[in-house]
Structure formats: C-alpha cells, structure tokens
Design a protein around this ligand. Structure first.
Ligand SMILES: C[S@@+](CC[C@H](N)C(=O)[O-])C[C@H]1O[C@@H](n2cnc3c(N)ncnc32)[C@H](O)[C@@H]1O
Length: 243
C-alpha cells in the first residue's frame, strides 16, 4: 500500500453501536478488578521517576513511535510528558530522534493502558492534559468491547482529570466516544472535524495526506470548566460535527 492511500475503517456499523449504552452503564457501576501485571507496575514507576511531582503532567496514551510525545514535550517545557504504548517495537522506532536529542521533560514507557490508567489513578496522579490519538478503531460490530469507550477501563479516564482529547479518522468512533462520555459525565460532549495543518503524529499525517476527514473531541474533567467547551485555538474547519 502506498503511503498516502490509507483507508477509512470499513464497518457494517454506520452509527453508534446499539449495545454501547448498556456497556458503559455496566462498567460505570462495577469496579474493574483485573489484576495488574508486574511489568505495568514497573512502567508506572519508570514513567514517574523523572517527574519532580509538581510540574503538570501530560499523558500521550497509545503514543506509537512517540513522535507526538516528543512534539508535546518540546511545546510544553515545564510539563512532564509521558508517552505510553504497548508495542516495544513501535517505541523503539522513535528514530530519527537519537536519545541525546530527546527533550528531557518526557519519558516513553511500554505498558498496557488497561493497567497503566488504573495504576495512575491509584497513585493519585492528576493529568493536565490527556491525548488518545488515533486509537485502534476495532471496526467490526462484534469488537465493540475492544474500543476504549466500551472497555471496562473507560470510567477511570475522567478520574485522571484534566483535558482529554481524542482524535480519529472514523466518525463512528468519535460519535461513540462522545456518547460514552455523555453517559458517564451527564453533560453534552461535542465533536468536530478539523484540518491537521501540522500533524501531531504519524497516523495523523498519513490520514491527512490520504485526504481523509479527521475528527476530534475534547472534554475538560476539571469541574470548574465547562465540559466539551469549544476550543478557541482549534475551531472546526469543516463546520460539521454534532453541533
Ligand atoms: C493506530 S496507532 C496510533 C499511534 C499514534 N498515537 C499515532 O497517532 O501515530 C494505536 C496505538 O495504540 C497502541 N495501543 C493499542 N492498545 C494499547 C494498549 N492496551 N496499551 C497501550 N497501547 C496500546 C498500539 O500499540 C498503537 O501504537
């Protein structure tokens, strides 16, 4: 497959899955008790080792090769930026950034987010910003439970606080993500299309260069802020979404 020829996820599903609301309610009602794997405990410790305990924390969840983590760290000095991915292979591909050129306010760790998110909650860490950039869409109808918003770990995300942002190239994913947040938080969550002028990650670049529509939503879990408020620095460029 040539580079700028990436496909939008193909699915028999054209709207929000009919089983989503029941899943979200079930997961919100019962604690998720899956035991933690030791390597994820180690990853949590590694990810907080270089943090001074005071700087605001940004999490790049599912960071892939870590280019977005590096960009966030460069743009946010005075913040501690953590990139987490389950794939050691992807994390090792952060080249062409040799170790010596990496910003010092970031760390990349290999962990399963299913454990890492909960461990971060247990450790009492609050995020300032939280990115889930182009998560695996799992477009088959029967794979609903693998999408983050239908996973038992999802209710832990609001507990981490801060401003969560999700980006995807599949409209159904952003609609479902927004719906799940609305069910959990009891407030309206808006999503929008946008143009990635300066792509933040390799997947964003690839989808943009393939001419695909990109979707994003943000929600502020800080109770003092309005949830899902419009971001004046990132207005929708296609004028669509769920307004
Ligand atoms: C489609 S890629 C997107 C990578 C990157 N965010 C980007 O935009 O270029 C999704 C990433 O999520 C990671 N991922 C999927 N499930 C995960 C899990 N349970 N824990 C940690 N990372 C996971 C995959 O390894 C993969 O790198």
């Amino acid at each position: 497959m040539s580079y700028a020829n990436s496909k939008i996820p193909e699915s028999a599903q054209s709207g929000v899955h009919e089983g989503l609301a029941e899943r979200v309610a079930r997961h919100a009602a019962a604690p998720f008790r899956k035991p933690y794997a030791d390597y994820n405990r180690t990853a949590l410790a590694e990810s907080l080792h270089g943090w001074n305990g005071r700087d605001p924390v940004i999490l790049d969840a599912g960071c892939g090769v870590g280019h977005s983590t590096i960009q966030l760290a460069r743009e946010n000095p005075g913040h501690w930026v953590i990139g987490v991915d389950q794939s050691a292979d992807r994390l090792a591909r952060r080249k062409p950034y040799p170790e010596a050129l990496l910003p010092t306010n970031m760390v990349l760790v290999r962990a399963d987010l299913v454990d890492y998110w909960r461990l971060l909650c247990d450790a009492g860490v609050r995020l300032e910003r939280h990115y889930i950039l182009y998560p695996n869409p799992w477009p088959k109808i029967g794979h609903l439970g693998r999408r983050w918003h239908a996973h038992p770990v999802f209710p832990y995300l609001p507990r981490l606080g801060g401003r969560l942002e999700c980006r995807t190239n599949w409209q159904v994913y952003i609609e479902e993500f927004a719906t799940a947040l609305e069910l959990l938080q009891g407030c309206r969550v808006k999503w929008q299309t946008f143009h990635a002028e300066r792509p933040i990650s390799p997947f964003e670049r690839k989808y943009r260069d393939s001419g695909q529509t990109l979707y994003r939503l943000t929600i502020d879990f800080d109770p003092a802020s309005a949830a899902g408020a419009a971001d004046p620095f990132f207005p929708p460029t296609h004028g669509t979404g769920n307004d």
